[in-house]
Write a protein that binds this ligand. Structure first.
Ligand SMILES: *Cc1c(COP(=O)(O)O)cnc(C)c1O
Length: 359
């Protein structure tokens, strides 16, 4: 018998969420964002389930090469572009499309001896102030890329800083600054602005290509909204089992630091899943855990391989199924308890947790 913890990946939910993105932005092509091992879901499993996507985006060249070698033929966009001259050979060999966000990348393209011509994504910084050319420098960057023999098509893109807040004025501002810059510079090629929050919350940002990430995995991109209202389906069920159920006496404490003390003699369940698997160590007492479909509270500190739960008022025995998050317990809710976001919960699911495809 192997350890019961696994991440079930529901392929039909992935496909549903991709359709949801298409339905929200019917005139746009889709770049499925599958960086960070597809937000922890397993990159090649996800890419093949989303075979219908028009393109994929990842952060590193290694991820892109893995994708190509697993048989993905769509365009693959490198969100951080390339880092040095040697990378260009790999970009050519695997026909990868870099984001161009800094003058040093343009210089490398200008002096390469490769006879290949790359499709590139010129990134404009409209307010995120992380990667990209400030609007005032776009004209020069665009002109240099146009003159460069190593460049074929130039797409243009930007990224939102605050689209998770539908009330924020930053997003409409970023959209208008992007459009104004494109117009002033005379960029006529295809455009991309929207992440998941842009897709679902700001239709005026859809343009030619949308870039859904978190919504594909069935979590909400908004701080104050749930997935039901966005018609998304959770993709990952993080499931395990009770590996011990025992009576602990009134006044005895449970777990490291003895932080939780039994107010009465009671049943305590032990679940095979801990922070070494990616469960958030800071999840406090009271964070819900689903045992046999019943919500029970986490008690005591999260350990590396285990958590403990309060089984008072609950029918449970060793071997019973536990869901840590998934279709019966939204990851957004667990994230809220642990003061993080579902993105981080998903990305942190450890390599030792097997990803099991559910057809
Ligand atoms: C990660 C990322 C996305 C996807 O964002 P979500 O909020 O997960 O939809 C889109 N564009 C860029 C540039 C990204 O880095």
């Amino acid at each position: 018998m192997s350890r019961p913890l696994r991440a079930e990946i529901k392929l039909s939910a992935l496909q549903h969420n991709l359709q949801r993105a298409r339905q929200a932005a019917p005139n746009s092509k889709v770049i499925a964002v599958i960086k960070a091992n597809a937000y922890g879901h397993g990159m090649t499993i996800v890419a093949h389930a989303l075979n219908d996507a028009d393109a994929f985006a990842v952060a590193s060249i290694e991820e892109a090469i893995n994708l190509r070698e697993s048989g993905i033929h769509q365009p693959i966009i490198l969100l951080e572009g390339f880092f040095d001259e040697d990378d260009l050979l790999l970009l050519q060999a695997y026909s990868l499309e870099p984001v161009i966000h800094s003058p040093h990348q343009i210089e490398l393209l200008e002096k390469t001896s490769l006879t290949y011509a790359f499709d590139v994504w010129l990134k404009i910084d409209t307010g995120m102030h992380r990667l990209g050319f400030p609007p005032m420098e776009v004209k020069k960057a665009y002109a240099s890329l146009k003159d460069c023999d190593a460049v074929e098509t130039i797409h243009a893109m930007t990224h939102f800083s605050s689209a998770d807040d539908q009330e924020s004025l930053s997003t409409p501002y970023q959209i208008s600054l992007f459009n104004k810059t494109i117009e002033e510079v005379g960029i006529t090629s295809s455009l991309s602005l929207a992440n998941s929050a842009g897709i679902l919350g700001f239709p005026q940002s859809h343009a030619d290509w949308i870039r859904p990430g978190i919504m594909l995995y069935g979590a909400s991109p908004f701080v104050d909204d749930d997935i039901e209202s966005q018609l998304l389906e959770p993709v990952m069920n993080l499931v395990s089992e009770l590996i011990s159920v025992r009576e602990v006496l009134r006044g005895e404490s449970v777990g490291y630091g003895g932080e939780w003390t039994c107010p009465e003699t009671m049943l305590v369940g032990v679940v095979a899943c801990g922070y070494g698997d990616g469960y958030p160590r800071h999840a406090p007492e009271g964070t819900p855990v689903l045992v046999n479909g019943q919500r029970v509270p986490l008690i005591g500190r999260v350990s590396m391989d285990m958590i403990t739960v309060d089984l008072r008022g609950c029918k449970a025995s060793v071997g019973d199924r536990v869901q840590l998050w998934g279709d019966e317990l939204p990851a957004d809710e667990i994230a809220h308890h642990a003061e993080t976001i579902a993105y981080e919960l998903f990305c942190n699911v450890a390599p030792r947790v097997p990803r099991v495809e559910i057809k």
